[in-house]
Design a protein around this ligand. Sequence first.
Ligand SMILES: NC(=O)c1ccc[n+]([C@@H]2O[C@H](COP(=O)([O-])OP(=O)(O)OC[C@H]3O[C@@H](n4cnc5c(N)ncnc54)[C@H](OP(=O)(O)O)[C@@H]3O)[C@@H](O)[C@H]2O)c1
Length: 318
Amino acid sequence: MVWKPVQDMPDLTGRVALVTGGNKGIGLTTVEQLANHGAKVYMGARSEGKANEAIRQIQSANPSLDGKAITWIPLDLASPASVVAAAEKVSSAASRLDILINNAGVTAGPFAKTADGIDTNMGVNHIGHFILVDRLLPLLIKTASQANTDVRVVTVSSMAVSQAPATTRFDTPESLYNPSGLEDNAIMSMMKRYGISKVANTLFASELQRKMDSEGVPIISMSVHPGAVATDGGMGLFPVFVKPLLKLVMATTLQGATTQLFAATAVEVGKEKAKYGGKYLVPYGKIKYPGALAANEKLAGELWESTNGLVGKLLSKA
Ligand SMILES: NC(=O)c1ccc[n+]([C@@H]2O[C@H](COP(=O)([O-])OP(=O)(O)OC[C@H]3O[C@@H](n4cnc5c(N)ncnc54)[C@H](OP(=O)(O)O)[C@@H]3O)[C@@H](O)[C@H]2O)c1
């Protein structure tokens, strides 16, 4: 039987969640479903106007929702300083954090760099989320240490992990600026840059689980592929004229949100921590081997060390 968020998600009353990129696409539906099931939800988004419009949209579709169920948190994942400020805001506004969904992402597109000179795929999808998790860990760990809690960190990856070159390495902080070395806008180059950032997402999730396990912290970390979903990001590389057709054949945002909501809330995940912890899930909530690169523990350790080093440098000049 397929797990369905509307029917199968447990009551989340009293729980607190943060969803990045919550203002549209899969993230918006994720926020809506968590709030509808009783969670207090922080919506991480870089634009106040877009966040307010998204909250208004959710509230008008769900008139019985408490007006304070969803709160905007300013968050630009391309800016380390903005990420630190967002984590501080959440940590001072909330006394607990049960669910963190690292959903935001730039999808395959023309080569662009963050203000720090990092390929935006790596800068936003991996490095921004690494800083966010690092800064929120004290609150997540504090929550996990309380009775009757079930803290989850879900990082949204992609089946595009298969597009990363087998030679991908993350052996120095500098290698993270643009691991593919490609700066052109051929489709294959765009896919490789995006795929590498998604390999980083999956490696990060599994390494986080190993770190939590080694410290005896009962937090579950997973990565997910949401499916091929009809969002701006999911249809980004297709010509405008095929988009109406794609909307008919691709998954809806509710279908797309299902696997991350399963990872973040399903009762069976909490009951089977050893089965799900550190794993890569695909629709709808199935564990899958992510491929040799995204399953490489040595590479995961290397990525963690290099990211730590790079983040230290970025924040010291911020
Ligand atoms: N759709 C698919 O088929 C598919 C398949 C595999 C994986 N995914 C993954 O699913 C996740 C959600 O994607 P989606 O399909 O819902 O795409 P989307 O509709 O394009 O949404 C992307 C979200 O990320 C946010 N974002 C982008 N750059 C950001 C930044 N610098 N700081 C903060 N937020 C930023 C966007 O905010 P703005 O509105 O401000 O741009 C938006 O809220 C992504 O991680 C994507 O890689 C999607």
